[in-house]
Ligand binder design. Structure first.
Ligand SMILES: *[C@@H]1O[C@H](CO)[C@@H](O)[C@H](O)[C@H]1NC(C)=O
Ligand SMILES: *[C@@H]1O[C@H](CO)[C@@H](O)[C@H](O)[C@H]1NC(C)=O
Ligand SMILES: *[C@@H]1O[C@H](CO)[C@@H](O)[C@H](O)[C@H]1NC(C)=O
Ligand SMILES: *[C@@H]1O[C@H](CO)[C@@H](O)[C@H](O)[C@H]1NC(C)=O
Ligand SMILES: *[C@@H]1O[C@H](CO)[C@@H](O)[C@H](O)[C@H]1NC(C)=O
Ligand SMILES: [Cu+2]
Length: 410
């Protein structure tokens, strides 16, 4: 699988305009070791860390030139939404709308609510939610999922660009509604939902023995009112949607047809608290093993901190934003997970050998190992069901350039 898909992948990625140039040995000696509590300084630290990761990728790939495979010639470079031109942004959202207009591959006997190719991805995420969060596959599963979605946009909807990401630190600084990705313009990912009165805070149900975690609501709450996804239909879920006032809404197993608008409740307070530049830099610099890295990112249960991963999700708010299972039903999910993947990519390259190998995996096949399951290893299979194929081993997902993937981040 490795060879064929790496050829296919990198042929598709041939739009990259990268030109190989010899790089000096990247050295980690001058890198920051502790996150600055000053947001501007933390931003600088993050830029330095990303630059190091990009250079280190360049290094490896320059050596690949003669060996074939992923090289600087066919490397695709994922960029932050705000750095894309209007045309590039529109091309991306057009492709997402196209995916939402293509028929589903998931049999309707299995998932009656899956109406489009876009829904295939949501259905797979719903189906596997208990195995891919707080588990050994969390990071790699979402890497493969986001990459597969990007391939679907390219292969099935003629998208020529690369998967963009959403840098939360930028939105934390200027406010969600003022940031390019969520300003509600035709060149955004649509913006806030219409304002609605809230019955109270959000309560994330605690784990056994833990009290619920309270989160504030935001400045919207209703249907998004403008931008590319104004008329989008969310078809699946909810499975466990946290509502203002503390209730949780479910529509059975979330797999039946439940068409409704895309709702958002942009919540600056959440993003600023959990996903600011300091929090991101801390998540990269502090954890020395992948257990600490992924737990910090998702939030240690009971710590009261939802981590940079939770921060991005709950700052979107709304429906399906506040439903872990159905969250890919908001197209911003894939930009959010682009950033999650970028943070992992940076962290991995700070100690590449260890962090892309067996020691770069921690956890089991179930949510906080409930119910108990086997440890995840390099041989654990990741299967995206009807959304995308083929099933791959964890070992193929540990690097963005050494296995079947051939991408990097700016
Ligand atoms: C990447 O491009 C190089 C040079 O054009 C080529 O030799 C190599 O086979 C390509 N690799 C893939 C995976 O397409
Ligand atoms: C990596 O190489 C590409 C192509 O030569 C270049 O455009 C880019 O600036 C390099 N990145 C870094 C971080 O050195
Ligand atoms: C930024 O994030 C850190 C870590 O989550 C947090 O301690 C700090 O209070 C946050 N800054 C602001 C301004 O909320
Ligand atoms: C699973 O991983 C844990 C934590 O690293 C380790 O203590 C345990 O021995 C492993 N179990 C097996 C069966 O390898
Ligand atoms: C859900 O996962 C199970 C187990 O992997 C699989 O047999 C089933 O086909 C999946 N259903 C969907 C809708 O993907
Ligand atoms: Cu997920």
């Amino acid at each position: 699988m490795r060879l064929t898909s790496s050829v296919a992948l990198c042929l598709l990625a041939a739009v990259s305009n990268a030109i190989p140039t010899p790089q000096e040995d990247p050295s980690s000696a001058s890198l920051p070791t502790e996150a600055s509590s000053d947001e501007t300084q933390a931003q600088d630290q993050l830029a330095q860390l990303a630059e190091f990761a990009a250079q280190s990728t360049n290094e490896t790939l320059s050596q690949n030139e003669k060996r074939g495979g992923c090289s600087l010639w066919n490397l695709s470079v994922r960029r932050e939404w705000s750095t894309l031109s209007k045309k590039e942004r529109k091309a991306y959202t057009d492709a997402v709308l196209c995916l939402q207009s293509k028929p589903a591959r998931t049999p309707s006997s299995l998932v009656p609510g899956a109406k489009s190719r876009y829904d295939d991805f949501v259905a797979t995420h719903i189906n596997q939610t208990g195995y891919i969060h707080y588990s050994g596959t969390f990071l790699a599963w979402h890497r493969y999922f986001t990459w597969s979605y990007e391939q679907a946009l390219r292969d099935e909807c003629g998208y020529k660009g690369v998967q963009p990401y959403w840098d939360w630190a930028l939105s934390a600084l200027v406010g969600l509604e003022n940031s390019a990705v969520l300003d509600g313009s035709d060149y955004s990912m649509s913006g806030n939902g219409e304002y609605v009165e809230k019955a109270g805070n959000i309560e994330l149900s605690g784990l056994p023995g833990l009290p619920p975690l309270e989160l504030p609501t935001g400045s919207g709450g209703g249907c998004v009112t403008s931008g590319p996804f104004e008329c989008m239909e969310v078809n699946l879920g909810p499975v466990g949607l946290a509502l203002p006032g503390g209730a949780t809404e479910a529509n059975g197993d979330g797999l039946s047809y439940n068409p409704r608008c895309l709702k958002r409740d942009l919540t600056d307070e959440i993003l600023r608290k959990y996903s600011n530049a300091t929090a991101i830099a801390h998540n990269i610099l502090k954890p020395k093993d992948v257990y600490d890295f992924q737990m910090t990112m998702q939030g240690y249960p009971g710590s009261g901190n939802i981590g940079i991963h939770g921060g991005g999700h709950y700052a979107m708010g709304g429906d399906p934003g506040r439903d872990v299972s159905t969250s890919p039903g908001d197209p911003l999910f894939y930009l959010h997970h682009g950033m999650i993947d970028r943070v992992w990519w940076i962290w991995q390259l700070l100690d590449k050998k260890t962090r892309t190998g067996a020691k770069g995996i921690s956890g089991t096949g179930t949510f906080l190992n409930m119910p108990e399951s086997a440890n995840t290893t390099l041989d654990t299979i990741i299967d995206l069901g009807y959304a995308a194929g083929p099933p791959v081993k964890m070992r193929d997902l540990m690097s963005t350039t050494d296995g079947p993937f051939c991408y990097t981040y700016l």
